[in-house]
Design a protein around this ligand. Structure first.
Ligand code: PMP
Length: 449
């Protein structure tokens, strides 16, 4: 690749971005009392140099403060996989917040029982508890796993992401040794004290790590989705389950992103049998919610322990978790929006997206690869596709990412800032996907010359 050409193209696109978005630029520069000038520091990660400000959003479209409307394939990095403000969720939220009243009252609502039953139907785990984020679902799942196994360490895959969970910030370093993940902010202890790490798709390393006898749980995504998509090789997930059982280690599947694989995530689609399952983001249709599900065996082991404070200050729970508003939105989302039928359509569109991307890669002869997980497809700058997080990390090219993102944004397509990922929602159309592919085609054409 001609890096000079790439740098020139980025400058050209950034200039156009700045010209097209004066109101977003000015909103950003006026936000003097926000740390990093954004309500949340991650929002500063923008290929164009400053974030686009949200004005309105509906279905698969968002409109920014400058009046530009985008085909939204970012969908709040999965938080809006149900589409923006789907009507049943709007109604349920209005009903709860406005008509009935009471967003949060430390009192359960009947909607929650429906949600628990539906999550069981989809994911198989029979007992559910709610949080407000996937991060918290993971944190609390980890605590329960430690409590019932009496073991300290959590094993994760290298370059995983499970939210801002202390235990997960560990990677396999160049020499194969475990290292604290670069950039880890104020770690409470060296992550190697709390965690072990293996590469995805590496059963040999997993077996060796578990043989130390100090691992409470393996926390993993059934396919990595936060370092590109890395799919499991045949036999890998079965091997993980066999090894975790052999070593008395609990298996936690984090389905927060892999939920794109179907109505019950990869767990249902691939017949997986985790002891604990965590999820968040999309199930609330845009309203904050997370959840963890427990097997009967884990539930019984927790309940057998009268020394665990699950009621008050024991470290599991949150005041607003399970609040009436989140639960009403989750019920509406699962009952009416992210239904089994909706997933069938989204998966078909995901396939169209992945096939179209593969065709462009071939047409332009770029050494990239694409992976699909139901409603989600992502390309990576490596061919063949990376087999694990380390390989995928090595294939990263932030400059190229920036070019493709700002190029797309300037032409009405929004991608997730952290990914070359495109995600579809029930409202996304085939024309939307085709429009995205056209823009990608043009971006690559300019790049390769
Ligand atoms: N788990 C996975 C697999 C994720 O991708 C993310 C966020 N990208 C999280 C957990 C954390 O979600 P949240 O930031 O909403 O807590």
């Amino acid at each position: 690749m001609d890096r000079r050409r790439l740098a020139d193209l980025i400058s050209r696109e950034r200039a156009r971005y700045a010209e097209q978005h004066p109101r977003s630029a000015s909103a950003y520069s006026n936000a003097r009392h926000l740390f990093g000038r954004t309500p949340m520091t991650w929002m500063a990660k923008q290929a164009g140099g400053f974030p686009l400000y949200l004005a309105t959003a509906r279905g698969a479209r968002v409109t920014d403060l400058d009046g530009h409307t985008y085909i939204d394939l970012c969908l709040g990095d999965t938080g809006a996989m149900a589409g923006h403000s789907p009507e049943p969720v709007v109604e349920a939220v209005n009903q709860r917040l406005g008509v009935l009243g009471g967003a949060t009252a430390m009192m359960p609502t009947e909607d929650a029982a429906w949600v628990g039953e539906e999550l069981t139907r989809r994911f198989g785990l029979p007992q559910w508890s709610l949080s407000l984020t996937a991060t918290d679902a993971n944190r609390w799942a980890i605590r329960l796993a430690r409590a019932v196994t009496g073991k300290q360490k959590i094993l994760v895959n290298s370059y995983c992401y499970h939210g801002s969970v202390d235990e997960s910030l560990i990677v396999v370093g160049p020499g194969g040794t475990a290292e604290v993940r670069e950039g880890n902010v104020g770690a409470p202890v060296d992550t190697r004290v709390t965690s072990r790490v293996a590469e995805f798709n590496d059963l040999t390393r997993l077996a060796a790590e578990l043989a130390n006898g100090d691992v409470a749980a393996v926390l993993m995504e059934p396919a990595l989705t936060n370092i590109g998509i890395v799919l499991p090789e045949p036999g890998y997930l079965e091997g993980v389950r066999r090894l975790t059982r052999e070593h008395g280690v609990l298996l936690i599947n984090d389905e927060t992103h892999t939920f794109s694989a179907g109505p019950g995530g990869c767990t249902q689609a691939w017949g997986l049998e985790p002891d604990i399952l965590t999820i968040g983001k999309a199930i609330g249709g845009g309203v904050p919610v997370g959840a963890y599900g427990l097997s009967d065996e884990v539930t019984a082991r927790v309940e057998a322990r009268d020394d665990l404070d699950l009621i008050d200050m024991g470290g599991v729970g949150g005041t607003l978790a399970g609040n009436a508003l989140s639960v009403a939105a989750t019920k509406a989302t699962l009952e009416h929006v992210l239904t089994d039928e909706a997933f069938a359509g989204m998966t078909a569109l995901g396939t169209h997206l992945a096939d179209g991307t593969a065709a462009l890669i071939q047409k332009h002869g770029v050494p990239w690869s694409v992976a699909q997980l139901g409603a989600r497809a992502e390309f990576r700058f490596a061919d063949p596709a990376p087999r694990n997080g380390g390989e995928s990390h090595a294939a990263g090219d932030p400059e190229l990412d920036d070019y493709l993102h700002v190029y797309a944004a300037n032409r009405g397509v929004l991608l997730t800032p952290f990914h070359n990922m495109a995600l579809v929602c029930p409202a996304t159309t085939r024309d939307d996907v085709d429009a995205h592919l056209e823009v990608l085609d043009a971006a690559i054409a300019e790049l390769v010359g």
